[in-house]
Write a protein that binds this ligand. Structure first.
Ligand SMILES: Cc1cc2nc3c(=O)[nH]c(=O)nc-3n(C[C@H](O)[C@H](O)[C@H](O)COP(=O)(O)OP(=O)(O)OC[C@H]3O[C@@H](n4cnc5c(N)ncnc54)[C@H](O)[C@@H]3O)c2cc1C
Length: 617
């Protein structure tokens, strides 16, 4: 049967061969697990997702969310799978079992989530934001707040959100005007208007807990004066029971290009002067706390880009195997030659390999970050902990921006593989493209991510963290140079990595010079080339593992004989695919990256020098 959503063989390869995650069960934290248990979790997630969630993908898009008498109704078909999703404890897999989790490593939870979220992002988003809300309360809340909220959020009994955006405060979060006034009982009265709030209102959970950014009267201007409040939709009494509605009103929902099943709400807080919230953490320290949630969601948004790409690729490759059109190139003039599946045409093969390179590269990249989380949790020394924590911080803007854009590009290419049918609603790839587009915009636009990389992450520990990343890449280059069957790839990767190091230094310097504006004009291209090199690193790493395994299976030098085995043996085909993908990317795409690096180094200042009037219009 054709694979749907995600390629299980590839997931297993990344987990067990590339990232060797079985090592985790040797640590104290995960000692009660074994591979069989990990495999079972992933298989269960796959079966559940395909059987229960995937059928809601197109239907949820068609039906969309409805706004009726101040209430938001999610697509009818969401109710049953959402209930099963919650009951199956899929929401907070990495959390403590006492709090409704399964205590699983991040990377296993990620593999399971690939299927769950990949089956219908719009549906699972109603749950994942609840987990995020619970997480910041768990980290920063008082004992009482934790007791009331965390388990209810981790188990999905209550939903969550993140409420930042206002009409005048999008990227510029510091411009928010929602206010908070302290009451005698220690709660705060909140009032303001918020927009674009994902899952701000819906009928899937009995309550919704909103983490809201607001400014306490008299607080400093900008982000330094922002506090964060826990604002329940329905007030919670001291004994934990539900009280009165809390004057949190959804005033409308957006008509969007995609994710039609996900409610994007305009919200009025305290329209009747009766909205109350609990301060989370300290006054004026709200941004620091919200950043915990934002960083988590930024990784998830990068993941969203990737997972749409993974599905789109599998649909495209399955379609290309079945769609008959045209003849073999060498029989083009023969009127009697039969039509062949389009996967036999070099241009279609090129598109598929291009897509596969990014899907494989992104999967390895995202799983690598999850493995850094696990290594951080299990690290025995502070130094190790810090190493992995720093790496994930550095990689967060890259995964968010790079994977959201490449994810979209892969969906776009999938439509091209389908031809005219891809542009119709008969096939799922047009929806994947529409759904994926938002990932470049929310959670800090990709422009903001690029600025974060240049202004904050590149200079972390005086550039040492970026250098650590280059060293990690260097380890694989060294192995590649010693690996038979992938000759030359390590050298090319080394050239690109050295160039990336130079460009990083150059960008860092320029950002601190009088030409800093020009540096910021090239922040996004810099993020892009960093992401390109990370893709090459991940694909080379895969090839380093695959090459000796392939040689063992083939055991012959003769090309024809080798090809015969590859055609018959599934594992040989898989490993050969790894080598060809790395070879294609490093030989045919990485040179473009070198060109992009030249373009950055030219530091052409036209962008900055252009007068506003010269843009025309
Ligand atoms: C479907 C959807 C769901 C959303 N969900 C939520 C949610 O749950 N909670 C929430 O709080 N918000 C949410 N948002 C809001 C989202 O995070 C914002 O749309 C996003 O941060 C951008 O803000 P903006 O739309 O006001 O665009 P703007 O900030 O006006 O940006 C417009 C353009 O200008 C660029 N730009 C702006 N400022 C700068 C700068 N200083 N330097 C360089 N470039 C800049 C941006 O990169 C962008 O290209 C959602 C939005 C959508 C569409």
């Amino acid at each position: 049967m054709a694979q749907l959503i995600a390629d299980r063989t590839d997931i297993d390869f990344v987990l067990y061969k590339q990232l060797e995650i079985e090592q985790l069960v040797k640590t104290k934290k995960y000692s009660e697990f074994n591979r069989k248990m990990f495999d079972m979790v992933i298989s269960e997630a796959r079966n559940f997702s395909i059987k229960e969630i995937l059928p809601t993908f197109a239907e949820g898009d068609r039906e969309g969310v409805r706004f009726e008498n101040g209430q938001v109704k999610v697509p009818e078909c969401f109710h049953r799978p959402f209930k099963l999703y919650i009951e199956g404890e899929w929401l907070s897999m990495t959390e403590d079992p006492e709090l409704g989790g399964q205590g699983l490593p991040h990377i296993i939870a990620l593999a399971a989530t690939e299927y769950l979220v990949g089956a219908n992002f719009s549906l699972t988003a109603y749950g994942t934001l609840g987990h995020g809300t619970g997480k910041i309360i768990d980290l920063f809340g008082t004992k009482k707040q934790k007791k009331i909220f965390v388990k209810n959020l981790f188990t999905g009994r209550w939903g969550g959100t993140m409420i930042l955006t206002e009409p005048q405060a999008g990227s510029d979060v510091g411009a928010i005007t929602t206010t908070a006034v302290k009451n005698h009982d220690g709660t705060y009265s909140i009032s303001g208007n918020k927009i674009f709030i994902t899952s701000g209102e819906h009928d899937l959970t009995e309550n919704i807990i909103h983490p809201v950014l607001a400014r306490i009267e008299g607080a400093p201007k900008g982000t330094k004066g922002i506090s964060i409040f826990i604002v329940p939709k329905i007030w919670i009494n001291d004994d934990g029971s539900l009280g009165e509605p809390n004057d949190v009103v959804c005033t409308g929902i957006e008509e969007k290009m995609g994710i039609h099943g996900s409610a994007t709400c305009s919200m009025t807080l305290g329209g009747k002067g009766r909205c109350r919230g609990f301060l989370l953490g300290e006054e004026n320290k709200g941004m620091r706390i919200m950043f915990h949630l934002m960083n988590k969601v930024r990784l998830e948004v990068g993941f969203q880009g990737f997972i749409h790409a993974s599905s789109a690729y599998l649909y495209a490759v399955n379609y290309a195997r079945e769609r008959l059109q045209g003849k073999e190139l060498e029989k083009y003039r023969d009127p009697d030659a039969p039509q062949v599946p389009i996967i036999r045409h070099p241009d279609v093969q090129r598109m598929l390999l291009w897509m596969k390179a990014y899907v494989d590269g992104m999967r390895s990249f995202i799983y690598y970050i999850a493995s850094c989380f696990d290594k951080e949790v299990c690290a025995e020394t502070d130094e190790h902990k810090e190493h992995y924590k720093d790496l994930t911080e550095l990689l967060t803007p890259i995964v968010k921006a790079y994977c959201s854009e490449r994810g979209f590009d892969v969906c776009d290419k999938a439509i091209q593989v389908y031809g005219g049918y891809g542009y119709t609603k008969e096939y799922p790839v047009e929806q994947l493209l529409r759904d994926c587009r938002i990932a470049s915009i929310y959670e800090g636009t990709n422009g903001i991510q690029a600025m974060d990389l240049l202004a904050r992450k590149l200079g972390m520990k005086k550039g040492a963290v970026f250098m650590n990343l280059l060293q990690e890449i260097g380890k694989i280059i060294a192995q590649a140079k010693e690996t038979k069957g992938i000759e030359g790839l390590g050298d090319k990767m080394e050239e690109a990595t050295n160039r990336l190091g130079e460009i990083a230094m150059y960008m860092g310097k320029t950002a601190l010079s009088p030409d800093f504006k020009t540096a910021f004009a090239f922040a996004h291209p810099f993020l892009e080339v960093t992401g390109d090199c990370i893709m090459a690193w991940m694909l080379l790493w895969r090839a380093v593992i695959a090459s000796p395994k392939l040689e063992k299976l083939l055991g012959k030098e003769d090309k024809e004989e080798r090809n015969k085995i590859i055609q018959k043996n599934k594992n040989a085909a898989f490993y050969d695919g790894q080598i060809k993908t790395a070879s294609y990317y490093i030989n045919s795409i990485l040179p473009i990256t070198l060109g992009k690096m030249d373009a950055i180094k030219n530091t052409n200042d036209a962008v900055i020098e252009m007068d506003e009037r010269s843009f025309g219009g």
